[in-house]
Design a protein around this ligand. Structure first.
Ligand SMILES: Cc1cc2nc3c(=O)[nH]c(=O)nc-3n(C[C@H](O)[C@H](O)[C@H](O)COP(=O)(O)O)c2cc1C
Length: 195
């Protein structure tokens, strides 16, 4: 197992979503190491309600062809220069993992599975951060496009819940502050009352 550089607390507090990657590729091996650990996320009934389509290295370059078609409006009417500009949000990343969750017919199980997969995604983001790799959980509308799903081999009864981008970065964006606890926590019972 790799040496951990960051404490859990440091990883949680310092991780930022990276939206400006620097174009350096991310090795498939790195993603595999991250996924090996990340799937130890809590999940009800040990259903392991996730699967991943990973595109890294040469495969990521091939996957960019698919992203061009679905991710750039009117891509075939743009000049090469404009198309390249529009593609930067994809070409600057170093790899991608599409996170796919079963859509259980039962509402409780479906919500549990989505929640479990979300904890797995946060594990991925923290483990990647610990390796100096940035991530961004993206939910562009084309994830639900039937043709895009079909191109990826996503089955009926499955949903792509995240296009999780991986990449290296030159700058860490400024943190956006969270609400203070006073605003979001109330204490149940007598200990919240003034003395
Ligand atoms: C469910 C979910 C969907 C998201 N979808 C997008 C997205 O489509 N595009 C994007 O730029 N960021 C997306 N994000 C990233 C958030 O915008 C980001 O987490 C937020 O700006 C907070 O920044 P931080 O992660 O650096 O703290 C998503 C995050 C979550 C949890």
């Amino acid at each position: 197992m790799n040496e951990q550089a960051l404490s859990v607390r440091e990883a949680i507090r310092t991780r930022r979503s990276i939206k400006n990657f620097n174009g350096q590729p991310v090795d498939q091996e790195n993603i595999e190491e991250i996924l090996e650990d990340a799937v130890w996320a809590p999940n009800h009934g040990n259903r392991n309600p996730w699967r991943f389509i990973v595109a890294a290295g040469k495969q990521y370059s091939e996957f960019l062809d698919v992203l061009r078609e679905y991710g750039v409006p009117k891509w075939n009417e743009l000049s090469a220069e404009d198309l390249e500009k529009q593609m930067k949000k994809f070409t600057n990343a170093g790899a991608v993992a599409m996170v796919i969750v079963p859509e259980d017919a039962r509402q409780k199980e479906r919500l549990e599975d989505f929640a479990a997969a979300s904890t797995c995604i946060q594990n991925i983001q923290l483990l990647a951060w610990d390796k100096g790799i940035g991530t961004c959980w993206k939910t562009p509308a084309f994830l639900d496009n039937p043709k895009f799903r079909e191109d990826l081999g996503v089955q009926p009864g499955e949903r792509i819940i995240s296009m999780l981008q991986f990449g290296y970065y030159d700058e860490i964006p400024k943190a956006r502050p969270r609400k203070p606890l006073e605003e979001i926590v109330t204490y149940y019972g007598s200990n919240s009352e003034e003395e």
